[in-house]
Design a protein around this ligand. Structure first.
Ligand code: ATP
Ligand code: MG
Length: 223
């Protein structure tokens, strides 16, 4: 039994960070009993096109969005690193920093989880952290159980009782339901490129930052 509170890890390109991400972090913290949630903006993610927005801007927006939000931290290490951002490498670094017994909980939306078997050294993730998977509109979590490599790994790791996130340091997959917010960074980039009003999709401070730095004012590549 671990005596240290579980730490949630929420990675993303955050291009830009929005209320879908923030609500996901808050829900995870409350429902899964996490001591804190650490947001980790990706520097150079391997599994998708490089984000259109420079990492320093994405980090600054993440800091603005979480400023004054209790229980949230921002980890700039992937942004500051020159290396490709692999989640497995980030978890190895955090294990060294936090010790073998601290429960770590990688928080993923259903879309990200369904693509997990394409991630670098993905099976090793379970030796380093738990994975908590949140519902996301448009994605069916149960699809992970049918066929493919993910389906081989899922059944024996699936846990419904969130207490495993405190009692073990790593290894479980815990699904959880959050209120549906059909918000994506793609949608916001598209709205801003077309000069549409994006208020209430993301924090006002982030929108102010976007306007001050003239981000997303031209049509971005689609993700
Ligand atoms: P993009 O449209 O550029 O892919 P995004 O909105 O999906 O951006 P990401 O940075 O790709 O944001 O996502 C980071 C994490 O947050 C992923 O695990 C993703 O599943 C999750 N997430 C993002 N938006 C939501 C949402 N509205 N509901 C639930 N999970 C979400
Ligand atoms: Mg995404």
């Amino acid at each position: 039994m671990s005596t240290q509170s579980a730490l949630g890890l929420l990675g993303g390109t955050f291009d830009p960070i929005h209320h879908g991400h923030l609500r996901l972090g808050i829900e995870a913290r409350q429902r899964l009993g996490l001591g804190a949630v650490r947001l980790i903006p990706a520097g150079q993610p391997p599994h998708r096109a490089r984000p259109g927005t420079p990492a320093e801007h994405r980090l600054a927006m993440t800091e603005l969005a979480t400023c004054g939000l209790p229980g949230f931290e921002v980890d700039p290490a992937e942004v500051l690193s020159q290396q490709t951002s692999y989640t497995v490498a980030t978890l190895e670094r955090l294990r060294k920093e936090l010790g073998a017994m601290r429960p770590l909980v990688l928080i993923l939306g259903a879309d990200a989880f369904l693509g997990l078997a394409g991630w670098h050294r993905w099976r090793e993730l379970f030796g380093l952290a738990h994975i908590a998977v949140a519902t996301r509109p448009g994605y069916v979590l149960a699809d992970a159980l049918y066929g493919g490599e993910l389906a081989e790994e899922c059944p024996q790791r699936l846990a419904q009782d969130v207490r495993i996130l405190q009692s073990e340091p790593a290894g479980a997959i815990v699904p959880f339901t959050i209120p549906s917010l059909e918000i994506s960074a793609t949608l916001i980039r598209h709205a801003l490129a077309h000069d549409e009003d994006a208020r209430f999709l993301l924090p006002p401070a982030v929108l102010d930052y976007i306007q001050a730095h003239h981000l997303y004012s031209h049509l971005p590549r689609t993700a």
